[in-house]
Design a protein around this ligand. Structure first.
Ligand code: GLN
Length: 486
């Protein structure tokens, strides 16, 4: 049920906030042993929050916009007094003394915290398999991955364990798991949403965004979390439009560009290609004009990202030294060995790989050849987008070259895993807003996602086109068996 419908029912008294919370707690109790989407379920707090909302309803006072809505939060967003692990041994016992801006805004708007969700360790991965606390399964097929790194949030929304969730997206970590799990995933413009309280991975790329069952729900959540925050120096001082009010504006006159380079890939699954092109046709029938555009550097995104992101990560993760907070090894002779041992024991293999790559790319003698070169290519990728946006309002691509892959199938080959981010990474490198929404199913009944990329701060058009497509295509009702995890 949509947030708007739930709000109506809560107001009318056909459902109470307590009932809504209890329904989701029992769903979690019934299925999460199969999914492992949650690292912690905060049921006591959820019931206390629900009581507050029910009291508010009883008092007849006006309700804040997300009153009583059950949310799950990716476990790399700091929640005051609630363990925030980043799915790492390093932060296994870390209880933040402060609340992230996004979650603080959610709670002020009446949202209810159901718990913290699983992710790839420090958000590094595309399958939620690098979590130190076990992998998450895809609710459509338990032998498949949910995508990553926000796989727990995506699986929780897809399986009805919560109404909405937050994730973070550095190279696709909201959009790719959204496409694998058949939900809507949205990465706002870099700077649109405050990163304060998000555990940093690659600071020039990280953005926070929602997972929902509909674009209308995404618009409602973005309304709450968007806007300037003096605590994040990269947060933009731009006015926040009324996203929900703009959803139904006419699409006629809008131009959507199909990025030619995205459809030419050997690795692009034929099912994905067919379904995404059908979504483009559907948009055309809704009045948008389709245009083929070229972004010649689009496919260089992956090589660029895998220099820049690890470089920034190697700097950000230097703070885990075993001294100030986080895991500290028991065995140590002196400060240097304590730091070495703490990092050796506290970080998993993928995080170590990224730190090594980043340290190498930034080291004297290599920084020009790797890091600085990658920054130059980043500019070229951005220029390609600028040129494309002279001709069109939005761009359309598949979200991921494939549907959800089998758990373990990329574990021995990190580069093949990295390739699954091919189509999502360029929007992060250019700081552009992008959304993934369901557009069909493959031959095995697994969901497929289509990605729309917008101009800087043009979230409104993105949501508008996505919403009208979603309503007209009604994809999720067309699943061959309609079977999700029972
Ligand atoms: N899968 C990408 C990576 O491993 C992106 C992760 C993310 O967006 N947090 O880096």
């Amino acid at each position: 049920m949509s947030i708007a419908k739930l709000r109506q029912q809560l107001k009318q008294g056909t459902i109470s906030a307590r009932e809504l919370v209890d329904h989701h707690i029992s769903r979690i109790n019934n299925i999460d042993s199969k999914l492992n989407a949650f690292l912690e379920v905060t049921q006591e707090r959820a019931r206390t929050d629900a009581k507050r909302i029910d009291d508010l309803i009883a008092s007849g006072e006006s309700l804040p916009p997300l009153a009583g809505i059950p949310f799950a939060i990716k476990d790399n967003l700091c929640t005051k007094g609630i363990t925030t692990t980043c799915s790492s041994r390093m932060l296994e016992n870390f209880v933040p003394p402060y609340e992230s801006t996004v979650t603080e805004r959610l709670w002020k708007s009446g949202a209810v915290l159901m718990g913290k969700t699983n992710l790839d360790e420090f958000a590094m991965g595309s399958s939620t398999e690098t979590s130190a606390f076990g992998s998450t399964s895809n609710p459509w097929n338990l032998s498949r991955v949910p995508g990553g790194s926000s796989g727990g949030s995506a699986a929780a929304v897809a399986s009805g364990e919560c109404v909405a969730a937050l994730g973070s997206d550095t190279g696709g970590s909201i959009r790719q798991p959204a496409s694998f799990c058949g939900v809507v995933g949205f990465k706002p413009t870099y700077g649109r949403v405050s990163r304060w309280g998000l555990v940093a991975f690659a600071s020039s790329l990280d953005q926070i965004g929602p997972f929902t069952n509909s674009v209308a729900d995404t618009a409602e959540i973005l309304q709450v979390i968007a806007g300037n925050d003096p605590r994040d120096s990269t947060s933009l001082k731009a006015p926040v439009p009324n996203y929900s009010a703009l959803l139904t504006n006419s699409l006629s006159g809008l131009r959507v560009g199909l990025i030619k380079e995205c459809f030419e890939h050997d690795g692009l699954s034929p099912d994905v290609k067919r379904s995404v092109l059908a979504a483009a046709d559907q948009l055309q029938s809704l009045g948008v004009e389709l245009v083929e555009v070229s972004c010649p550097r689009f496919n260089d995104g992956i090589a660029t990202y895998y220099v820049i992101a690890p470089s920034e990560a190697s700097a950000n993760l230097a703070r885990y030294d075993g001294v100030k907070y986080g895991y500290r090894s028991e065995v140590s002779e002196n400060l240097a060995s304590m730091t070495t041992r703490s990092r050796t024991e506290g970080f998993g293999p993928e995080v170590k790989r990224r730190i090594l790559i980043g340290t190498y790319a930034l080291s004297a003698g290599y920084v020009d050849a790797y890091y600085k070169k990658a920054q130059k290519v980043r500019t070229l990728i951005r220029n390609d987008f600028d040129n494309a946006f002279k001709k069109v309002d939005l761009l359309l691509t598949p979200t991921s070259p494939t549907t959800a892959f089998t758990a373990g199938s990329h574990s021995d080959d990190p580069v093949s895993m990295y390739l699954s981010d091919l189509l999502t990474i360029p929007a992060n490198l250019a700081g552009l807003p992008a959304i993934s929404l369901p557009c069909g199913f493959d031959g095995s009944g697994l969901p497929i996602g289509v990605q729309l990329i917008g101009k800087v701060l043009d979230e409104a058009h993105l949501l508008q086109v996505a919403h009208q497509y979603e309503i007209s295509a009604d994809v999720m009702d067309k699943h061959p068996t309609g079977e999700l995890i029972p």
